[in-house]
Design a protein around this ligand. Structure first.
Ligand code: SAM
Length: 321
């Protein structure tokens, strides 16, 4: 079903657009919808495990790249869309001195804030952008375990970690749903960047990007996410911190996934407020259709898509006991 008759000109599926209209603030809906057809600048991180920010800036400027610094995160830059290909073919990229990563995706490790020496779990890790970012934040010191269940993606994860010099990471080809039962109460911090319907990755110029999307898929994702999130909570030590995130807008995959765990765990877990250095954000929803969610979900954050960033959902939990 297409949205030809809809007030906003977009080829995105009508049902998806209607749901976005109910999820996002009215004032930003049109900009958000337009952002699905824009070519965003290509953002990347300097990999401090292998080089320094001045060395990367000097080398890329010498090669003619137009770099723009992202002011809210050190070591983060972007180049115009027409320089993306040259960037990914550059020596610095090939040698793992930089890592190309969406700006919204960089937020999850920032919010989790792993420290050198801690025990950290990345429960759905491939291709490894956030694992690498966390290894850099931890200065390759401590314990960082990365789990991925899809074989092909697991080997891509390993190759990316090797190229990026993340020597501290132990990788596991495993179903993340079983980890909490196998290693309960262990980790200081857990990241669950959950497999999802990837709605924020829809590209209005590429119908293939949403060709598999429907409500059944959203609900299937939500079922898996609930089990992964339960496993993530179990693997956390009392006092530990968890970040749950997805690149989908659907409340079933976001607020509802967290709400179901708050019901299950009661006061053993709590949502903690997130401060982001961005204006394109909205608090988590407390109501969706006939569902009411725990009011702690107002501390969750939905990043609104714009010309710089894709949409994203983040929620941080602490396990009390
Ligand atoms: N964190 C990654 C990054 O920043 O590069 C992206 C992770 S992606 C959103 C979700 C990943 O979870 C996919 O690689 C997918 O194959 C993996 N996955 C799916 N089901 C899983 C499961 N049951 N256990 C562990 N990983 C799973």
């Amino acid at each position: 079903m297409q949205s030809a008759a809809y007030p906003f000109a977009t080829p995105l599926p009508l049902l998806f657009v209607k749901r976005l209209q109910a999820i996002l603030p009215t004032a930003s809906l049109e900009d958000s919808l337009q952002s699905f057809s824009c070519s965003r600048p290509t953002s990347f991180r300097v990999n401090t495990l292998k080089t320094t920010e001045p060395a990367v800036v000097t080398a890329l400027r010498a090669e003619g790249f137009s770099l723009r610094r992202i002011e809210w995160r050190s070591g983060t830059y972007c180049v115009p869309p027409d320089q993306r290909r040259a960037l990914t073919e550059s020596r610095l990229f090939g040698e793992g001195l930089i890592y190309v990563q969406d700006l919204s995706s960089m937020l999850a490790p920032m919010v989790l804030a792993p420290k050198p020496g801690e025990r950290v779990l990345d429960l759905a890790a491939a291709p490894g952008g956030k694992t690498l970012q966390m290894a850099a934040m931890m200065e390759n010191r401590g314990e960082l375990s990365a789990v991925e269940s899809v074989r092909g993606r697991f080997f891509r994860l390993k190759a990316n970690l090797k190229r990026g010099g993340a020597t501290m990471v132990r990788t596991y080809l495993k179903d993340g749903r079983s980890v909490g039962a196998k290693v309960p109460d262990r980790f200081d911090r857990v990241l669950l960047d959950a497999p999802c319907a990837s709605e924020a990755r829809f590209d209005a110029n590429d119908p293939e990007s949403w060709s598999h999307w429907n409500l059944k898929k959203v609900q299937e994702s939500a079922r898996k996410q609930r089990r992964l999130l339960d496993s993530a909570i179990r693997s956390l030590r009392p006092g530990g911190t968890l970040v749950y995130c997805t690149c989908s807008f659907s409340p079933e995959e976001n607020e509802q996934a967290v709400d179901s765990q708050l019901r299950r765990y009661g006061d053993a877990v709590a949502v903690t407020p997130i401060e982001l250095p961005l204006s394109n954000v909205q608090p988590g929803l407390l109501q969706w259709g006939r569902h009411s969610y725990n009011e702690q979900l107002r501390h969750a954050v939905r990043v609104l898509p714009n010309a710089e960033m894709r949409g994203f959902f983040l929620c941080r939990l602490i396990r009390h006991h």
